[in-house]
Design a protein around this ligand. Structure first.
Ligand code: GLC
Length: 456
């Protein structure tokens, strides 16, 4: 694999890192060694950095932070700043900090859809030189690596990756005589109905339809499965990240295919396959219903797998299977939506080196493997997918790897957040029966084009 960034960019000397390694050259290094600039002994004062991220129900984040603080004792101490669970609320809160040049947060885990906006507004540090210095070509999977790239620079380090997938109750399907998970939406509806009737399970299918970012990921999976597209120039990761956002983009959402895809979601509700409540479901609601044994199928991200053995789950791993997102028709394509979170540094932070040390630690193979084992978070380092023992311990990794290669990016543009809000509203209205699929996509065609025209 070739990294999208010319290796020459890495030729810039990374003096800050060297200073840390040599220790004692900078004042920070002296303090860490317990020597004041004047030579008198002082108590070692670790440099405190603040790491911002949402809640983690698996406990794997806490373990990571504790391990870091232990290993870096006396040198760097990480303080965990709890951020909102929902990516939209997290985005609003952290953007508002960055808008006023706050340096309260030094380093954070950021949703991959934020890269273009944060990079173009100068909120995050360009880590191109550091990244090229620390990692070799091929160390990261292509797609997650692309998700920290924008305008030929790197703005973070891929931490874990996500792709939408279909969870199913292997035990219930088998007991109802179905050997394979569904490959198309029609088949899903048929099997869900049959299994529900035979086993008395409450819901056929649960997914995320609330008016928020997760709803958009679900909407796009329906839309893409029927051949629809939102924005041209977004056909492959290479094109998406090489693209010049000042060149005119074309919104192409208003098509019969898009309308059909979005309508499938509403039909699943109308036909009783999915409950009307999915219109207010987020990841945690769907996970709770599924792990409580109340649903035959669930669309979710890999992290849900990491919660199977947690308190509150009535299921065990052998009752659950995972499959790709269904297709619209046999022989068609299906695409999971690509998700994932990257480690980024606040450009205003005065603790850039310490923040980078934390990133290196959090993204290390040991920590990525630990978070995969404890939380089902899919690694971004390619080598971990060759680790047979890890693959055995984390079965979701095998499908995850394939799903990531086939996953599609949400539109890559600095105006993504504005566009995504319109997508979320429209999808939610379709799920509530207030708009048809066709009405939604023709309205979105106009709204999204306006966003691009006014801001582009
Ligand atoms: C997951 C994905 C992220 C996505 C979010 C939506 O956290 O990793 O990319 O935006 O879900 O809720």
């Amino acid at each position: 694999m070739k990294t999208p960034i010319d290796k020459n960019l890495a030729a810039q000397p990374d003096t800050t890192r060297r200073r840390l390694l040599l220790g004692g050259l900078g004042l920070g290094g002296m303090a860490a060694l317990g020597v004041s600039p004047l030579g008198a002994a002082v108590a070692a004062q670790p440099e405190e950095i603040t790491f911002a991220f949402g809640p983690d129900d698996s406990g794997s984040l806490q373990a990571l932070i504790e391990a870091f603080n232990q290993e870096y004792e006396g040198r760097i101490r990480v303080r965990y700043q709890l951020m909102p669970r929902s990516t939209d609320d997290f985005y609003r809160q952290i953007s508002s900090d960055f808008d006023v040049d706050s340096s309260r947060i030094d380093v954070f885990g950021g949703d991959m859809v934020w890269t273009a906006a944060f990079a173009s507004r100068g909120y995050v540090t360009d880590v191109t030189a550091r990244l090229n210095d620390a990692y070799g070509p091929g160390d990261f999977l292509d797609t997650p690596l692309n998700s920290v790239g924008y305008r030929n620079r790197f703005w973070g380090v891929p931490w874990y990756t996500d792709a939408g997938m279909l969870y199913y109750r292997r035990d219930l399907l088998e007991s109802a005589g179905h050997d394979n998970p569904p490959a198309s939406w029609d088949e899903l509806a048929r099997i869900a109905g049959d299994v529900r009737d035979k086993t008395g399970t409450k819901y056929g299918f649960v997914f995320q339809g609330a008016q928020y970012e997760g709803g958009v990921a679900n909407m796009l999976e329906f839309l893409w499965s029927a051949g629809g597209r939102v924005l041209t120039g977004n056909l492959s990761t290479a094109a998406a990240f090489g693209m010049d956002v000042s060149s005119p983009n074309v919104i192409t959402i208003n098509s019969a295919d898009s309308a059909r895809g979005v309508s499938i979601a509403r039909e699943l509700i109308e036909n009783g396959v999915a409950p009307q409540e999915v219109a207010s479901f987020r990841e945690e609601d769907a996970t709770r219903a599924f792990l409580n044994g109340d649903a035959v199928f669930m669309r979710n991200w890999p992290f849900a797998y990491g919660l199977i053995d947690e308190k509150g789950s009535k299921l065990s791993a052998d009752q659950i299977g995972i499959a790709p997102i269904p297709r619209e028709r046999p022989g068609g394509n299906s695409y999971g939506c690509l998700g994932g979170w990257n480690l980024m540094i606040n450009a205003q932070s005065s603790k850039q080196d310490a923040a980078w040390e934390f990133i290196r630690f959090a993204a290390s193979p040991e920590r990525q493997a630990q978070r995969a084992r404890d939380g089902g978070f899919l690694p971004t380092l390619s080598a971990l997918y060759d680790d047979e023992k890890l693959l055995e311990q984390v079965p979701v990794m095998a499908l995850g790897r394939r799903a990531i290669d086939d996953a599609r990016l949400r539109p890559v543009t600095p105006f993504y957040s504005a566009m995504s809000q319109r997508l979320a509203i429209a999808f939610n209205r379709v799920l509530r029966g207030e708009l048809t699929g066709q009405q939604a996509v023709s309205q979105l065609q106009r709204e999204l084009q306006l966003i691009l025209d006014r801001r582009g």
